[in-house]
Design a protein around this ligand. Structure first.
Ligand code: ARG
Length: 257
């Protein structure tokens, strides 16, 4: 009799454990998205202070397709890959250009957009459609201000750091290009940032204009945790379809207007 009770109890416990475990499995999957919201149209704050943009639409779409709850964190751009490397279900979605040193710490998705570095300066500063990087730096060096603004940790910052070597110009790092641009004419003579953010920042400002630099084309990717190749594969399938359907273009137009 005692034995029967023990067996029944044990069986009940096993059933309870199984029930709990399956409950655990149906728990919502979470995708932790890291971004830096001073980079319109890819990520910026709307009038309510909410992080929105092309990248946010992209990760929300992916999250919905794959059944993840998407949690957005707005952090310093140069801290994103460190966060991604600590969490298997993390992704950097921040108009991040594919770069070999970044590929060493994170796993890149397929390319979803391309860009090139632009310079923002007072209206009429440069003539012509495109500005040679060397001419841009020469202008900064010859200006009374002698400094050029960049966003810390970006490809634009690396490009400028390299170009100002052995010149009288120096780079000043900002947490984002919007803040840097507010200092044009006082602390910095110009700002270097990717094409669409440069256009967005100078768009409604009579005193600012932007020009493409003669720099290499850059490719935007989502950067995932190194241990989640499976997720990257699923994401690439979705990205492919999104590009084919024109969704990314649609989001870009929507957030650029
Ligand atoms: N494409 C540049 C890079 O990868 C700049 C990206 C800045 N992104 C941002 N959300 N602030 O370095």
């Amino acid at each position: 009799m005692k034995k029967t009770v023990t067996v029944i109890l044990a069986a009940a416990m096993i059933l309870a454990c199984l029930a709990l475990a399956s409950c655990g499995q149906t728990e919502e999957k979470v995708l932790n998205v890291y971004t830096n919201a001073g980079f319109p149209p890819y990520e910026y704050l709307d009038s309510n202070g909410k992080v929105v943009g092309v990248d946010i639409d992209v990760v929300n779409y992916i999250g919905e397709k794959l059944g993840y709850k998407v949690i957005i964190s707005d952090i310093d751009f140069d801290a994103i890959l460190n966060e991604v490397s600590k969490d298997k279900f993390a992704v950097g979605a921040a108009g991040m250009s594919k770069k070999p040193d970044r590929d060493e710490v994170a796993l890149a998705s397929d390319v979803y957009a391309t860009s090139v570095q632009y310079i923002i300066a007072p209206t009429g500063t440069f003539e012509g459609e495109q500005v040679a990087l060397a001419d841009a730096i020469a202008y900064v060096a010859a200006s009374g201000i002698k400094s050029i603004g960049v966003q810390a940790g970006t490809t634009g910052a690396y490009l400028v750091d390299d170009a100002v070597k052995d010149t009288e110009a120096k780079a000043i790092e900002y947490s984002n290009a919007i803040i840097a641009s507010q200092d044009i004419g006082t602390t910095v003579a110009a700002v270097v940032i990717d094409k669409l953010p440069a256009e967005a920042i100078s768009k409604d400002k009579d005193n600012l204009q932007c020009w493409p630099l003669d720099a290499e084309m850059e490719s935007y990717v989502l950067y995932f945790n190194k241990d989640n190749a499976e997720l990257v594969k699923q994401v690439n399938d979705i990205l492919k379809q999104m590009i084919k359907d024109g969704l990314i273009d649609q989001y870009t137009v929507k957030h650029s207007s």
